[in-house]
Design a protein around this ligand. Structure first.
Ligand code: BG6
Length: 471
């Protein structure tokens, strides 16, 4: 057993998103997002038929929730503005939507919680999807205009801005695996969305820089990107083909964004590989200039699981789509069976050292990390609390490896847990619960701390914790 001490100035906070918490889907002039549209079209796709409509009711109970987070000793929280709440169909600010976020940021500040604000978290407004969504350059332009309006509206209230959350996930889930509406399975359309989002990100950063020059955003503010960096691994005795699969997998998911936010360009080897397999991204003259503006001040890293890959059995699937890597099942893996995700805390350390070595100027923080478990009710003790030791083990292990990376020179500044209060997990709705605080759907979405909340309170108070893991 060892004691892990948090580094000086290292912050601990909560992560959430607008679409997964706010609910109030048709209140105050909010427009439909694709989540509302999919819920209307096919509610059976959502666990227990719980659609997007209520979130965890944060719109109505944000004050009590902020008080809860403060009571746990956290000092920051991350959420997203919903494009569909902030702007109307003509792209103008919807005063009622803006008023909600003004109230939220003011209340959080008063409580001593610094808001970290993401502009886009998988929540395409439906009217823009109907104009082509991320396959349309008009929507890329519309995003830049949305970002400009958000900076103008909240520029004096927000210090930490992020253009996108996990920009690879929406293209892949909507256009490659087809898991999310509109259920497309098309490699080229997926990568076109990925490319267009890279342009939108870069235009968003440019809008921010101009707003800063004009004094529209705070002088002490910064801009970043939040991405899911799943460190990539292959088998211990890799073949050349395994290594090629590893390079391409890492290239598409990690280097793509790391190069964009540090160099203002996209990795050439990935672009060449796409070109050689006939994938067309719709590149236009002048795009390089736009991408060169995508360099950020720092980075948010969401980490849940590593990405283990090996050489693909076939270069294309039955549907003719290119396959660059197959999944590799590591014989020693430990699984979170509820989510089907491997638990590998050391991945944060490996990622931290990769950043230190390959992008030494880049500051970063863990913008999401958490464990979602199904059927937690079965763990309720005689005291009525959910006994969730596994959550304590999970967070302690990840924090311990992260602190080790910091002690070895990685410039990681803090950690936000996803999601301190149970929230709505897209099509999995409330199946897997992430919170240190339970949301009781059967009793008016009442909040109740789980047993792990006392541990978290202790860590924020003492700034240290005991850990049984590897020395
Ligand atoms: C991250 C997302 O990928 O993972 C969150 O940014 C998401 O929006 C979280 O909720 C956990 O995944 P899930 O699907 O279990 O909710």
């Amino acid at each position: 057993m060892s004691v892990v001490r948090l580094p000086e100035g290292f912050f601990l906070g909560a992560a959430m998103s607008g679409a997964q918490t706010e609910g109030a889907y048709a209140v105050g002039g909010k427009l439909e997002s694709l989540w509302d549209t999919w819920s209307d079209l096919d509610i059976g796709s959502f666990t227990n038929k719980v659609g997007s409509y209520v979130g965890n009711d944060f719109y109505h109970c944000y004050e009590a929730d902020i008080d809860l987070l403060k009571g746990l000793g956290l000092t920051s929280f991350r959420t997203s503005i919903q494009w569909s709440r902030l702007l109307d169909r003509d792209g103008q600010v919807n005063p009622e939507g803006a008023a909600f976020y003004h109230r939220l940021f003011a209340y959080a500040r008063k409580a001593g919680l610094e808001p970290f604000v993401t502009l886009y978290h998988f929540d395409m407004p439906t009217y823009l999807y109907r104009r082509g969504g991320w396959e349309s350059r008009d929507v890329v332009e519309a995003y830049a205009s949305y970002a400009r309006k958000a900076f103008a509206e909240f520029g004096q209230e927000v210090r930490y801005w992020f253009t996108f959350n996990e920009p690879i996930v929406e293209p892949e889930n909507r256009y490659l695996t087809g898991e999310w509406y509109p259920h497309v399975r098309d490699f080229q359309r997926c990568r076109t969305c990925q490319y267009d989002i890279s342009l939108a990100h870069s235009l968003g950063v440019w809008e921010y820089r101009r707003a800063k020059e004009a004094g529209v955003v705070r002088a002490d503010s910064r801009i970043g990107l939040v991405s899911s960096f799943a460190p990539a691994y292959t088998r211990d005795d890799p073949s050349e083909a395994d290594l090629a699969a590893l390079r391409m997998s890492d290239g598409i998911s990690n280097r793509w964004w790391l190069d964009l936010v540090t160099k203002g360009s996209l990795p050439e080897d990935v672009m060449d590989e796409f070109a050689s397999t006939g994938v067309e991204l719709g590149i236009r003259p002048g795009d390089d200039e736009i991408l060169s503006r995508g360099v950020v001040d720092w980075l948010g890293c969401n980490y849940y699981q590593p990405n283990r890959v090996q050489a693909p059995a076939r270069p294309t699937g039955d549907d003719g789509q290119p396959i660059f890597a197959d999944p590799y099942v590591w014989p020693d893996r430990v699984m979170n069976e509820s989510r089907g995700w491997e638990i590998y805390p050391k991945g944060l350390y490996d990622f931290g050292l990769k950043i230190r070595d390959e992008y030494p100027d880049l500051e970063w923080y863990v913008s999401e990390n958490g464990i979602g478990i199904e059927g937690e009710d079965a763990n309720r003790g005689a005291d009525g609390l959910i006994a969730d030791d596994y959550r304590v083990d999970f967070v302690a292990g990840h924090l311990a490896w992260l602190v080790r990376a910091v002690s070895e020179g990685s410039r990681c500044r803090g950690y936000h847990y996803w999601a301190v209060i149970d929230n709505w997990s897209w099509n999995h709705a409330f199946k897997n619960r992430y919170g240190f605080v339970e949301v009781d759907l059967a009793h008016g979405y009442e909040r109740r701390p789980k047993a792990s909340a006392a541990w978290l309170r202790d860590v924020t108070r003492t700034r240290e914790f005991e850990w049984e893991g590897a020395e």
